[in-house]
Ligand binder design. Structure first.
Ligand SMILES: C[S@@+](CC[C@H](N)C(=O)[O-])C[C@H]1O[C@@H](n2cnc3c(N)ncnc32)[C@H](O)[C@@H]1O
Length: 295
């Protein structure tokens, strides 16, 4: 929940403002923003982590040269197209293929072989998949293991436009340099270039990689449990939530896992402080991979 910190809307020297005075934004203003979003679009950001939320609001005010929070609220309430740009600013969709290559090596070398000991086919949920780089990484990994056809994948995100991007699988060619570097560190058996074609300055991913992937617009805050999985990746998503929201989302993720299923979170996240920590064991502390041991 919001505390009594003050938030500053930036230098105030943007065109349209005409002054160097820093606008001070009160916590009450932030509450007004989350309320307006909730009323107009249903999304609930009241339990997103305060520090990051205030930085993002500040950035939006500067980016759109909005002198006050009231201007921002009006824009949210009256311009749906603006809200579509506002949403990713708040929810953050930075991602890359084979992000943290050692994590992907661990998934390939230990986690999936362990799942395969008891299951011929299994299911994976990418919760907060952003533009799909994580999903293509998984598909490439599974293809190289020769088991892509045996795995059902659900990839979800709160942000519809970013989800369409994931389904399309078209990326700026320049970004493929980092993806390729990660892939090399992952020690894949091929080269990333084998999985995409270059067309009009874009890397167009091989669509056969995602033929068994269902993309779903799903909000981890408001959504209920909809299926059971053997492996859930919810990486670099809850880092933007406060402790209370992390606890409630982790309960849903726990319920969405089969017993002895695996949960992977981001490298800077931890399950240690959450209410259901005792229902998991740590499988790999470095890579933040946990196993559900209790219902
Ligand atoms: C930083 S990206 C992480 C992408 C990917 N998992 C990775 O680690 O590279 C965070 C993603 O979480 C999504 N997200 C944020 N809040 C969400 C929510 N309440 N429900 C579902 N997805 C959410 C964002 O839209 C964004 O695509």
């Amino acid at each position: 929940m919001f505390d009594s910190q003050k938030v500053y809307s930036g230098s105030g020297n943007s065109p349209g403002h005409g002054s160097d005075k820093i606008q001070e934004v009160e916590i009450a203003d932030l509450r007004k923003i989350t309320q307006a979003v909730k009323n107009c679009y249903g999304y609930d950001f009241t339990e997103y982590a305060m520090s990051s939320f205030k930085r993002r609001i500040q950035r939006i005010l500067e980016l759109y040269k909005l002198p006050t929070v009231d201007h921002l609220i009006k824009k949210i309430e009256t311009e749906k197209a603006f809200f579509e740009e506002f949403l990713p600013e708040i929810t953050v969709n930075v991602t890359e293929m084979f992000r943290d290559p050692s994590f992907w090596r661990e998934v390939r070398d230990h986690i999936i072989p362990n799942i395969l000991l008891n299951h011929e086919t299994f299911s994976i949920w990418h919760a907060g998949c952003s533009s799909g780089e994580e999903v293509f990484s998984m598909a490439i990994l599974l293809k190289e293991m020769g088991i892509l056809d045996k795995v059902n994948i659900i990839a979800s995100d709160i942000d519809k436009p970013i989800l369409s991007k994931a389904e399309k699988g078209e990326y700026i060619i320049k970004n493929m340099e980092l993806n390729e570097k990660n892939y090399i560190r992952f020690q894949g058996t091929s080269t990333l270039k084998n999985y995409y074609e270059e067309k009009n300055g874009k890397a167009v991913m091989d669509q056969s990689l995602i033929k068994k992937v269902s993309f779903r617009n799903y909000d981890l805050v408001r959504g209920g449990v909809f299926n059971k999985f053997d492996l859930i990746l919810c990486r670099n998503v809850m880092i933007y939530f406060n402790q209370n929201l992390q606890n409630s989302v982790l309960k849903k993720l726990h319920e969405s896992l089969f017993k002895y299923g695996y949960l992977a979170i981001g490298s800077k996240e931890s399950l240690i402080w959450c209410e259901i920590a005792n229902k998991f064991i740590v499988v790999n502390n470095e890579e933040k991979i946990y196993k559900k041991i209790k219902e």
